[in-house]
Design a protein around this ligand. Structure first.
Ligand SMILES: Cc1cc2nc3c(=O)[nH]c(=O)nc-3n(C[C@H](O)[C@H](O)[C@H](O)COP(=O)(O)OP(=O)(O)OC[C@H]3O[C@@H](n4cnc5c(N)ncnc54)[C@H](O)[C@@H]3O)c2cc1C
Length: 468
């Protein structure tokens, strides 16, 4: 990369738009799990879509690779640059709320707005933006869109793809595609925005989006239940959906080991029950009607579940603090796993009715392959999405354990694919699962994906080496 290149970028973006010193660049080069240590020539921080478009035009002329980055909380290394011939493009300065329209139930935001801010702005007009996940205080809406993030509200509202009505995108040749329409219906040919949602920055850079917002929840009830066994979770899910008129906005599965690890290692996590149980479910019901009577509905359905022998014990949150404490049990699991040593992760989905069978089968298979491995399967049961995570055996060598990542992936993913599931339910492919994608996708699917990439980015400058 020539110095004149650096000069051009500096002239375009000014001092606050460019980071080229190692200490300043460091946070952009390390990713969440420490699995990838990035390398890049510089970090560019454009302040407007126009500046970004000009930056991309310069990179296209010089053949320089571009790695878009939001909050850098992705779990597949997709925002991690891997060469001195690449630059990181941070979207953090594109952080304006362009419009909020509670009549149309939409808001238009720039890509660098932090997810929690999007939620807060929706709340300020008495509405709800339903994408919610553990990293919401630092991930950005552009990153959520580019990974088609899931989270805890998918069962009721769908994933991020379902929340996007329109997009503005800088294309790999520097042109700006203005697709910022706030329409619920638009059947004018190919739905181009879908290519960029979940595109992980390989087809263009998302700079702004029109998002759906919803009536805010005014009655919300949360319970944490001890299940009779793993299979009872399905009966309870069906019962809750039916009894509440499909008002279930969260249904999360927690194994005993997830709770005990959290209680031991994560401040704020506590076991709400006197007795130990193998499996737990967190249920949340929500309605925009303040008089929906969900407390009674929840008590009623839990009572019926007791009688049917599906639930052995349950606690219902009496306050916002108690609700947070119950969610902390679920959300503390990744942090607990981090503190407990090395983890080999699988973010997979199978049809909802198959989840217990998948967990049993995959647990047996990995336990047979590795003595003492601690299986911690948890997550969004209502969407069939389980984080089938493995914690290293007590006292094992972390690096030796992590060295078996590919072997464990193959065991688990073979079972997932046999059960008609997905090897990446919500985190994407990035650099981490590239080989797995190539292994499991059909030749037809891979060919179509490569043709789309070639059509939009013939020079291959957008996030090189990501996904494909
Ligand atoms: C504690 C924790 C909990 C999490 N829970 C969940 C969960 O429940 N569900 C879930 O789906 N994910 C979850 N994640 C993963 C992560 O938060 C999401 O993938 C999130 O959507 C990434 O957003 P980001 O802004 O950090 O993106 P980054 O990590 O910066 O980037 C992710 C990918 O998107 C690309 N990208 C980023 N911004 C743009 C843009 N504007 N235009 C084009 N490409 C772009 C990057 O190049 C990269 O490939 C969790 C992560 C953590 C740390």
């Amino acid at each position: 990369m020539s110095d004149p290149f650096l000069q051009r970028i500096a002239e375009l973006l000014g001092p606050s738009g460019l980071i080229a010193d190692p200490a300043g660049m460091a946070p952009y080069l390390e990713e969440e799990r420490g699995l990838f240590h990035g390398k890049a020539r510089l970090v560019a921080r454009p302040a407007s879509t126009g500046e970004l478009a000009e930056l991309v035009r310069i990179c296209a002329q010089e053949g320089v690779g571009i790695v878009p980055q939001g909050g850098n909380t992705g779990l597949c290394g997709g925002g991690s640059p891997n060469g001195e011939d690449q630059i990181v493009v941070s979207l953090s300065r594109l952080n304006k709320i362009r419009a909020v329209d509670p009549v149309n139930f939409t808001m238009t935001v720039e890509a660098g707005v932090v997810l929690q801010t999007v939620q807060n702005v929706a709340e300020s007009v008495d509405c709800l933006f339903p994408v919610s996940l553990g990293a919401e205080g630092s991930c950005q809406i552009g990153g959520n869109i580019s990974t088609n993030a899931g989270g805890t509200g998918v069962l009721r509202y769908g994933n991020t793809r379902e929340q996007v009505l329109g997009l503005e995108v800088v294309l790999p040749d520097g042109r700006i595609w203005d697709g910022l329409k706030a329409l619920r219906k638009d059947n004018t040919g190919y739905d181009l925005k879908q290519l960029f949602i979940g595109g992980e920055g390989t087809l263009g850079i998302v700079t702004a989006a029109v998002l759906k917002i919803y009536p805010r929840a005014r009655d919300q009830q949360t319970a944490f239940c001890a299940l009779k066994n793993l299979h009872s979770s399905l009966a309870l899910l069906g019962r809750a959906r039916n009894a509440s008129g499909d008002q279930v906005t969260g249904f999360e599965l927690v194994p005993r080991i997830g709770l005990t690890m959290g209680a031991e290692l994560v401040p704020g996590v506590a076991d709400p029950f006197d007795d130990a149980h193998d499996w737990y479910a967190l249920i949340e019901l929500s309605s925009s009607r303040p008089d929906a009577g969900l407390r009674g509905v929840l008590e009623g359905l839990l009572g019926d579940a007791f009688e049917a022998g599906e639930v052995l014990d349950a606690v219902i949150a009496e306050s916002l603090d108690q609700r947070k404490a119950l969610w902390k049990i679920r959300e503390g699991i990744p942090e607990a796993q981090k503190k407990a040593g090395g983890s080999i992760k699988h973010d997979v989905s199978v049809p909802v009715a198959q989840v217990p069978f998948f967990i049993e089968r995959a647990s047996r298979a990995v336990e047979k392959a590795m003595n003492g491995v601690r299986v911690v399967p948890f997550g969004h049961l209502g969407d069939g999405n389980i984080h089938f995570n493995l914690t290293q055996p007590e006292g094992a060598d972390k690096q030796a354990f992590l060295g078996r990542w590919a072997e464990m992936n193959r065991i688990v993913h073979d079972i997932v694919v046999e059960m008609q599931g997905s090897i990446s339910a919500e985190h994407g492919i990035g650099r981490l699962k590239k080989d797995e994608l190539a292994h499991y996708k059909s030749p037809v699917e891979l060919d179509l994906m490569r043709r789309i990439k070639q059509a939009l980015d013939p020079q291959g400058i957008m996030n090189p080496g990501n996904i494909l």
